[in-house]
Write a protein that binds this ligand. Structure first.
Ligand code: AMP
Length: 422
């Protein structure tokens, strides 16, 4: 099945065309700084993925998607000749709230609930919804699936997801921990089970998604029982530009002291904090590690703070799991930084997580999942390559396949146009 994966952010749009039968990516695109004059989109096609750049000046995220579709139909290297070649669309949705505990085929019955989730991720969900409605107008009979970042964490018990604030905020505003990066944590856990050759349902795992955004999840017998992100993806460990969890009183203190309004405070914590806030010049871990080794003291402090927070989170999940068989490292930093893995696990050996320094350094087979702990480490350490787009494509394929099996006319009857805006 040829699936278009759409990952819409507040000012970015990442798409891939994936042939799910062969698990092959045929096209990748990335639009950045969307909504500004500098917005550009790179588009590349298999097999060589050499990039072509297109200007996207002053377009919304959904308009960028429309322009990408024009490019796909027009470019000679494109794998499609017409939009009808796209058999299904898989949409990454950041927040599914309490409405969605698994991926769904989007239709007239759930689009209303999807829109209600917008307030839970106001930077991301509205852009994704706009893309969904635009695609529905252009391709009304092409099934669309929503894959939620939060769905994997729907199994958390109330003691983990409730905040100790007055109950009315949960009841009236649904304020609770939802988590994020669920697709990645689910995938990392399953890959680790495959690596260890054990059923996921037998294992206790701590999965660490360490990229620009970062979150850590306690996965007990295949289910998320706690995760570091919270009501929004701002919570948890320190990230590229996000603070992670801080004393909430700091927020009102700065707002009062500097006469800062809500939007500005939100921006400071989401875009100016984390590694960038401490190092001062970049949020990119490669730049910061380089500067730290060149003697930059702020960069050194940022790296120490980052490592310390991850160690504390892993330790706290070890404490609440019934067993811990492995810690799983994934995403840009988790997969690629042997230095950070070595420094993180240097502090965790006493808990039985013992890294093999030589295995940890092996970078020859990037993309190959591997165990990097010593053979008799009581708790294994795994490195797993995350591929969110492939997961979304495969989940989309699976849901559409089941729907078509149940009703061969499924695509013909799919989501009547007039109900799209109900
Ligand atoms: P992601 O959001 O998963 O794409 O991860 C992006 C982060 O991974 C950035 O901070 C990169 O600097 C970081 N990263 C990628 N490769 C490396 C590497 N070899 N060493 C350290 N950090 C890396």
């Amino acid at each position: 099945m040829l699936v278009l994966v759409v990952n819409a952010g507040s000012s970015s749009l990442k798409c891939q065309l994936i042939e799910t039968d062969g698990k092959i990516c045929l096209m990748k695109s990335l639009a950045e700084r969307v909504g500004t004059e500098e917005a550009t989109m790179s588009v590349s096609f298999s097999p060589d993925f050499s990039k072509q750049r297109f200007s996207m000046t002053n377009l919304t995220v959904a308009q960028c998607l429309a322009k990408l579709l024009d490019i796909l139909v027009a470019e000679p290297d494109s794998p499609i000749r017409g939009l009808k070649d796209i058999e299904a669309i898989g949409n990454r949705i950041v927040a599914g709230g309490e409405y969605f505990s698994s991926s769904v085929i989007i239709d007239q019955n759930n689009i209303g609930d999807l829109k209600k989730c917008e307030e839970l991720a106001p930077l991301h969900n509205p852009a994704a919804d706009e893309c969904i409605l635009m695609m529905h107008e252009m391709l009304p009979h092409t099934p669309q699936v929503a894959v939620f970042d939060t769905a994997f964490h729907a199994t958390m018990p109330p003691k983990a997801y409730m905040y100790p604030i007055p109950m009315r905020y949960y009841k009236d505003y649904h304020i609770r921990r939802y988590g994020a990066h669920g697709t990645s944590h689910r995938y990392a856990a399953q890959q680790a089970a495959n690596l260890l050759d054990r059923p996921l349902s037998d294992l206790g795992l701590i999965t660490c998604h360490l990229g620009n955004g970062a979150s850590i999840t306690a996965v007990n017998h295949g289910k998320s029982i706690d995760t570091s992100m919270g009501f929004t993806p701002l919570a948890g460990v320190m990230m590229g530009t996000r603070s992670g969890t801080i004393d909430p009183a700091i927020v009102s203190y700065i707002m009062r002291r500097d006469n800062v309004d809500y939007d500005e405070m939100d921006r400071i914590l989401n875009k100016e904090s984390g590694m960038l806030g401490i190092a001062g010049f970049s949020s990119d871990m490669r730049d910061i590690l380089q500067a730290a080794s060149d003697g930059d003291e702020n960069a050194q402090l940022a790296v120490e703070m980052y490592i310390y927070r991850i160690q504390k989170k892993i330790g706290s999940y070890y404490a609440v799991m019934t067993r811990t068989d492995a810690v799983v490292m994934t995403a840009g930093i988790g997969e690629n930084s042997a230095e950070l893995r070595e420094r993180i696990f240097a502090g965790l050996a006493h808990m039985g997580m013992i890294l093999d320094k030589e295995k940890n350094q092996v970078i020859g087979d990037i993309g190959i999942n591997r165990v990097v702990s010593i053979d008799d480490s009581p708790i294994k350490i795994c490195v797993v390559t995350t591929d969110e787009e492939m997961r979304i494509a495969r989940e989309t394929d699976a849901l559409v396949f089941v729907a078509t099996m149940a009703n061969p006319d499924f695509a013909k009857d799919y989501w009547p146009q007039e109900s799209a805006n109900d």
